[in-house]
Ligand binder design. Structure first.
Ligand code: A3P
Length: 344
């Protein structure tokens, strides 16, 4: 077996009874789910095909990774990082969608073959759409192998499932967010995207999430792996809540990380470009390609949604609020990871 096929962690199928329940709620998956390694990261079954390819992917010193647990402000951070690293090139940023500037490393694991067949049928009227669809659904590792440097890469993979040499070779910006806002935001995305096709209510979704029965969970293990590397010279660890409270300071931190100098006026203009209102209307960052290909379900909330910190309060009843507090406190007990806006 070639080294590119080697994957050191165990991948186990989720038990059949649980699978049956999950498939009823998540209609975008049709086969089942797996848990990976000692932390039991949870993925759709297609991860099995990609695990070794991702783990053994060649890393280039000029690569820039933006990583996170989903719905933590990845897109916001991607655009911020790309602009800083590319000398504030608004022209290219406006002309080339973020999805093209940043291949999404593991998106293909969320595209079940049966769904892909449907998407192809539905887009068969347009050669251009079919090409776009192929690019979106292609394994990120294949796409990245053919991408010229410097490469900008989006991933929600925890560090332990990425190439072990990554941080010593390339730069990574990781963004973390209050899990209660993450879960609200991810709930909406799971309803929006046919690749997920979530049919249940919010409370049921919350219970899957805190039981680590959802893509890319366990949430806190994901964060802790990156947090432990926060002082690595190639790692910049950001919080959504910090960006939200004081974007210019976060922009300056990113600029320092990439060894770039910008004037106050340039930073002000960039902050305006990155504001939620401008983002919602910016076709280059708002995932219009997914709409074009029919991967989004009409009538659900948009990919770039509210863009606020603390909105979870409108979704949590008393029981969930208590559960959430306990769950967060339990998971922060053995670590010095602290969210800047929480009094813990
Ligand atoms: P909400 O659903 O709470 O609004 P990701 O990019 O990781 O999927 O994260 C998506 C979340 O970031 C969504 O949160 C989205 O609205 C928010 N977001 C995206 N762009 C933003 C911006 N420019 N300012 C603030 N929040 C933003």
């Amino acid at each position: 077996m070639g080294s590119e096929n080697q994957f050191p962690l165990e991948i186990e199928d989720v038990e059949p009874g649980l699978t049956k329940t999950l498939l009823e709620y998540f209609t975008g998956e049709m086969t089942g789910f797996v848990r990976v390694g000692p932390k039991k990261y949870f993925f759709p079954q297609k991860y099995k095909q990609e695990a070794a390819k991702i783990y053994n992917m060649p890393v280039r010193p000029t690569d820039v990774y933006v990583t996170s647990y989903p719905r933590s402000g990845t897109t916001w951070t991607q655009e911020l990082v790309w602009m800083i690293a590319n000398d504030l090139d608004y022209e290219t940023s406006n002309a080339i969608p973020l999805t093209e500037r940043y291949p999404f490393l593991e998106f293909s694991i969320c595209v079940h073959p049966e769904n892909k067949k449907k998407f192809i049928e539905e887009n068969s009227h347009s050669k251009e759409n079919l090409e776009l669809l192929e690019a979106v659904c292609q394994p990120g590792t294949d796409l990245l192998a053919a991408t010229t440097s410097p490469r900008f890469i989006k991933s929600h993979m925890p560090l332990s499932l990425l190439p072990p040499t990554l941080l010593d070779t390339a730069k990574m910006v990781y963004v973390a967010r209050d899990p209660r806002d993450v879960v609200v935001s991810f709930y909406h995305l799971n309803r929006l995207m046919r690749t997920q096709g979530y049919t249940g209510d919010f409370k049921t979704y919350w219970n899957f999430f805190i039981k680590d029965l959802h893509h890319w969970t366990p949430f806190f293990e994901h964060l802790k792996e990156a947090w432990e590397q926060r002082d690595h010279p190639n790692m910049l660890f950001l919080f959504y809540e910090e960006l939200s409270k004081d974007l210019p300071t976060s922009v300056r931190r990113v600029a320092k990380f990439f060894d770039k100098q910008y004037t106050d006026e340039e930073i002000d203009r960039l902050c305006d470009h990155l504001s939620i209102d401008n983002f919602k209307n910016n076709k280059s960052v708002n995932y219009d390609v997914m709409k074009l290909l029919g991967i989004l379900i009409p009538g659900e909330q948009a990919f770039i949604r509210k863009g606020k910190a603390g909105g979870w309060r409108d979704y949590f009843d008393e029981e969930m609020t208590e559960q959430g507090e306990k769950w967060i406190a339990d998971n922060l007990r053995d670590t010095d990871l602290r969210f800047p806006h929480m009094n813990l």
